[in-house]
Design a binder for this molecule. Structure first.
Ligand SMILES: Cc1cc2nc3c(=O)[nH]c(=O)nc-3n(C[C@H](O)[C@H](O)[C@H](O)COP(=O)(O)O)c2cc1C
Ligand code: SF4
Ligand code: SF4
Ligand code: FES
Length: 618
């Protein structure tokens, strides 16, 4: 580790890189060289530090000063004020109400977090094997290989209560035991880094921020089950993760931490990286195995499970990135330590990608059993823009939406499932009171329709049918019985689909019907979207008392349906309005409102048109 005067940790996770972190790093090199103090400062590029919303972020040691939203223009001041004169730059620190928060450990975002899988993310240089080793890296592997046999290693994992973090929450030791117990000339371990959920970035951040931890976790799993070969399956959209894992493999080989007779034991291991083309269904383990074999990534009926007939027909364990990331610490700190966190059935911590209408979006790791309220309002900092909390979608595109009444529910596998949501791999999307839940359900259903592999009819046809009904409802064509039909279809698809995609894809619709049925009913019966999201179920109205008659809206309306004068003010011809919203965007005095429901002129016009049609048919 560095012996320099200052350690400057710059977050170079994907979020901060896209916000300009690399330019800032280059600027630091320039300014430090200009001032002649390059030798005094250690610049370290780390993985994601967590609070991506504040990016680019950095931490400066020894004090641990935390700066947010840094720009290349700020670098000169940081160097001359902080590094040279010892006066940290207050304006770059986080303000919490009246308080200035100077050091990272006092940032509220981190308060309820416990970092196990993410322990090194944002603290070490992911490209340095030495830094990983300095934090205790590969110690667990050394101990396990020299002091335990595979069965004892499995027993440790059993005692820890670790369950798979890839979505299903399957006890890790059970599938390890199955593969351990099978006799075979070749067994495989696969790390599932496909991560296809929209908005999720837990596994990417782990692979980018601490690749040696995942590699060590893979080797611990491989030793336990008797595998000598491992594959990382990572989607091609994650080039940095792929680069870092490949680099970690090379470094480990060079250092003798991978290869033959590791730590002088009989354990020999080699690993390769394979890239996926980015289909959501390829995260499903059977589809993933097919894709790894070079075939089309289609799920296959289970049994046989990968444990008996996996990659190239050999016994295989597929483990999620985060599952593997927990292993080195479980072996180092002990199963009881890990099991002391969490609830009776969900042990340890869970990494979440917090997104949506909250103040602190980013990557977090919290003990299982934390309540949704703590996760959203304390770690996440609450809602943005003074809006109210409405719902939280947990478990990815096929997870469920929970509501205000569930805020005190503990986040664990069983509690979420009981209420129609699921832990999934850790995507959490928080929604405010401006979201239309029918529209939300339509969005996720559309995602699953697009991502269905099409192999089995309930998923391929049923989901499309559900999406069609949702399209009708949100465009004002819903009819009595649609809600019941959605429920019937959803339940049937869950029961009859071949793989987890189809078995869970109806969840967003079923959970929103369960908790927001009144919104579906308003769309169907009143032809109104109370949140004013669905364009076909609202109209625009100019409030003449606020209109100043500037005519801007009339000039920007693409169908010329606004008319009036400075004196008489302006009016929208509702029948011709196409609801593009241009007028509302340009009005300088905000005189144009979105009003739920159809305008009476449109209702009357439609009725007359239908009557005319009826007469003509007679
Ligand atoms: C449609 C679908 C997509 C999935 N995507 C992923 C994924 O991206 N990453 C992952 O680890 N597991 C994913 N899974 C779960 C895997 O099938 C498998 O259960 C998991 O990788 C096992 O690892 P674990 O026991 O460590 O959780 C997906 C499952 C389904 C049905
Ligand atoms: S449930 Fe959907 S994704 Fe899964 S096999 Fe059937 S069609 Fe393919
Ligand atoms: S843009 Fe606004 S203020 Fe101007 S005419 Fe239209 S409604 Fe009135
Ligand atoms: S990428 Fe920098 S904090 Fe997440």
């Amino acid at each position: 580790m560095s012996l320099k005067r200052i350690d400057l940790l710059i977050c170079c996770g994907s979020g901060c890189v896209s916000a300009g972190a690399l330019k800032i790093k280059d600027r630091f090199h320039e300014v430090l060289a200009e001032k002649g103090i390059s030798t005094e400062i250690n610049i370290i590029e780390t993985g994601c530090m967590g609070p991506c919303d504040y990016g680019p972020v950095m931490v400066i040691y020894p004090e641990g000063i935390f700066y947010k939203h840094v720009t290349p223009e700020d670098v000169e001041e940081i160097v001359s004020e902080h590094f040279i004169k010892g006066r940290p730059v207050q304006r770059l620190m986080l303000q919490d109400e009246d308080k200035v928060i100077s050091v990272q450990k006092e940032v509220p975002f981190y308060q309820k977090q416990v970092k196990v899988a993410l322990a090194n993310c944002g603290y070490i240089d992911p490209e340095s094997l030495d830094e990983y080793i300095a934090t205790g890296g590969y110690e667990a592997l050394g101990t396990v290989l020299t002091e335990l046999d595979p069965q004892k290693a499995i027993d440790v994992v059993k005692q820890s209560g670790l369950r798979g973090r890839g979505g299903g929450g399957f006890p890790t030791h059970i599938k390890w035991q199955l593969v351990h117990d099978v006799q075979a000339d070749q067994k495989y371990i696969i790390c599932n880094g496909d991560e296809g959920d929209p908005g999720a970035f837990m596994d990417r951040s782990l692979l980018e921020g601490d690749p040696h931890r995942i590699l060590e976790g893979m080797m611990l799993a491989a030793f336990s089950i008797g595998a000598s070969k491992g594959f990382f399956y990572i989607r091609a959209e994650y080039p940095l993760a792929i680069k870092r894992i490949k680099q970690a493999i090379e470094q480990a080989k060079e250092a003798g931490l991978m290869g033959d007779k590791i730590f002088g034991s009989d354990f020999c291991f080699d690993a390769e990286v394979r890239t996926g083309a980015g289909a959501f269904v390829c995260g499903e383990e059977m589809a993933l195995i097919q894709s790894l074999q070079g075939e089309r990534g289609n799920p296959t009926p289970k049994p046989p499970y990968p444990a008996t007939k996996g990659l190239w027909g050999k016994p295989t364990v597929v483990n999620n990135v985060e599952t593997l990331a927990n292993l080195p610490t479980i072996f180092l700190k002990g199963a009881d330590w890990f099991a002391s966190m969490g609830t009776a059935t969900s042990k340890g911590t869970k990494v979440f990608a917090l997104t949506g209408d909250i103040k602190n979006t980013g990557l977090v790791e919290v003990p299982m059993g934390i309540t949704l309220r703590e996760l959203i309002f304390e770690v996440g900092g609450g809602m943005t823009g003074g809006h109210k909390f409405k719902a939280v979608q947990l478990g990815g595109p096929s997870g469920g939406c929970l509501t205000q009444e569930h805020l005190d529910v503990p986040v664990d596998y069983e509690s979420l499932k009981e209420r129609g949501a699921m832990m999934g791999s850790g995507g959490v999307i928080v929604m405010n009171d401006q979201k239309c839940m029918v529209n939300v359900a339509k969005f996720f259903t559309e995602f699953c329709v697009d991502e269905s592999c099409g192999k089995c009819p309930p998923c391929r046809i049923g989901l499309k049918h559900m999406h069609g009904i949702l399209e009708r409802i949100t465009s004002g064509q819903g009819k009595e019985g649609d809600i019941e039909e959605l429920q019937r279809l959803g339940e049937t698809i869950c029961k009859l689909s071949l793989c987890g995609l189809g078995q869970s894809a109806p969840n967003p619709v079923l959970s929103t019907i369960r908790y927001f049925r009144d919104e579906y009913e308003a769309h169907i019966r009143d032809r109104a979207c109370q949140t004013k999201v669905c364009p076909d179920l609202l109209h625009f109205n100019i409030d003449k008392s606020r209109c100043i008659g500037c005519s801007l809206c009339a000039r920007k309306c693409p169908v010329n349906c606004i008319s009036g004068s400075r004196e008489e003010k302006y009016t929208i011809a509702q029948i011709d309005c196409i609801k593009c919203g241009n007028c509302q965007d340009v009005c300088p005095v905000k005189a144009i409102d979105r009003v739920p429901g159809l305008h009476e002129d449109v209702v009357k016009h439609t009725e007359e048109a239908l009557q005319k049609l009826g007469r003509e048919e007679e």
